[in-house]
Design a protein around this ligand. Structure first.
Ligand code: ASP
Ligand code: MG
Length: 410
């Protein structure tokens, strides 16, 4: 008998039929003789719908009005409250004893940072007792209880974090993340049709892929798993195929130089011209961006001429206006320069822990792109990743070419 934590995401519990399907799957695990604790998300689309309504009301008199964070948490926690009860009811209908638990009841203690709370501790509440009594426990993902007794949520996609944290808190033997894809792929199969499901991947690679736009799981959940050494499997709730195991790096993983190709088509390029070429200029520009909560990705600074330098950087498309506004403001304080949105770009990244021990990976990537007439505009790297910014129109072609070039379909 094993203790298994299963997490079902929003698409897996989207409607009554899908909740029935989830209940069947849980029943099957129970019938195999295991103890099961389940974490569920809100029904797909519900959280977004609630956010929209709250914004509508907050913007009644001010188009920039934002709803209060504490009330947002109170509101958004409803989505998961619905699905835990429905899932428990569906299990009862199959003759399986089950009980639902809110995050607060399950001992998810968080700090007080509403809408992005961090977990302090998972006590599990009475879950171990309920499991021992033969019940399946269904826990609301995404939500917790702050030190001062308020309901909190842990950032969008936070049910993944709840599942991993619960698995750590209960010292579960297995953590399964059920979703609408079969696992982690060598590339997005919608763009690269011969992409392959990866059997095993390290936390680090998974994190790089997630931050590069392959949104299989919430990045915070992967970080938590890495820190607490929670091995988990990402798999589909729509079939019984094995998924992808995510765990700490094993020596054999280094044999694979490139594990996957990520494509992010939601990037934009901003150019700053005539920036005073003196110490502190870049610091001021990027401090302004940081204060405006804009995450900057790639940065290129050209050699200064006549006391002025040019700077180009990329940001998420959603942040373009905030970024330009913030930089223009600081430039006018500095007495020179202009900031302009240049256009949209795509970012192609290759990720693999094997890059640490293999030379020439960048050269291979660049020549693959050159052979396909793809121009590289910017480059950035980490120890296990190389990213290039390219023309948006070349995005799909480049991803396929890189996938083929590194023979990732083999
Ligand atoms: N319902 C929350 C969201 O949509 C949490 C989750 O689904 O993981 O972000
Ligand atoms: Mg999710």
């Amino acid at each position: 008998m094993a203790l298994i934590v299963q997490k079902y995401g929003g698409t897996s519990v989207k409607d009554v039929d899908r909740i029935r399907n989830v209940a069947q799957r849980i029943k099957q695990t129970v019938d195999e003789g295991h103890q099961v604790a389940v974490v569920v998300s809100a029904r797909g689309g519900v959280t977004n719908e609630l956010v929209t309504r709250a914004r509508e009301l907050a913007q009644t008199s001010d188009p920039k009005g934002q709803p209060d964070d504490r009330e947002m948490d109170m509101l958004l926690a409803c989505g998961e409250q619905e699905t835990i009860a429905l899932t428990a009811i569906a299990l009862h209908a199959l003759g399986i004893p089950a009980i639902s638990r809110l995050g607060s009841q399950a001992g998810f203690k968080t700090d007080t940072a509403h809408t992005r709370a961090r977990i302090r501790e998972i006590t599990g509440g009475d879950i171990p007792d309920q499991l021992a009594a033969g019940k399946v426990v269904i826990v609301a993902g995404f939500q917790g209880l702050s030190d001062d007794g308020e309901i909190t949520t842990m950032g969008r996609g936070g049910s993944d974090l709840s599942a991993v944290a619960l698995a750590a808190g209960l010292k579960a033997d297995l953590c399964q993340i059920y979703t609408d894809v079969e696992g982690v792929y060598t590339a997005d199969p919608r763009v690269v049709p011969n992409a392959r499901k990866i059997e095993e991947i390290s936390y680090e690679e998974m994190l790089e892929l997630a931050s590069m736009g392959s949104k299989v799981m919430q990045a915070r959940a992967v970080e938590f798993a890495q820190k607490h050494d929670v091995v988990f499997e990402v798999r589909s709730s729509f079939n019984h195929n094995p998924g992808t195991i995510v765990k700490s790096e094993a020596p054999s993983m280094e044999d694979v130089v490139v594990s996957g190709v990520a494509l992010d088509k939601n990037q934009a390029k901003i150019a700053v011209s005539d920036l005073p070429d003196k110490p502190g200029s870049a610091a001021k520009v990027f401090k302004a961006l940081g204060d405006a909560n804009v995450i900057v990705d790639m940065i290129v600074q050209n050699i200064g001429r006549g006391g002025a330098a040019n700077l180009t950087f990329t940001v998420s498309k959603d942040d373009v206006h905030r970024a330009v506004e913030a930089v223009e403001k600081v430039l006018s304080e500095m007495g020179g320069g202009a900031a302009n949105y240049v256009g949209d770009i795509a970012k192609v990244s290759i990720v693999g822990v094997g890059m640490r021990s293999h030379a020439g990976v960048a050269a291979t990537l660049f020549s693959i792109l050159a052979d396909h007439e793809v121009n590289i505009q910017m480059i950035s790297t980490s120890e296990i990743r190389i990213s290039v910014a390219i023309d948006l129109a070349d995005a799909d072609k480049a991803a396929q070419a890189v996938h083929d070039g590194f023979e990732l379909d083999q």
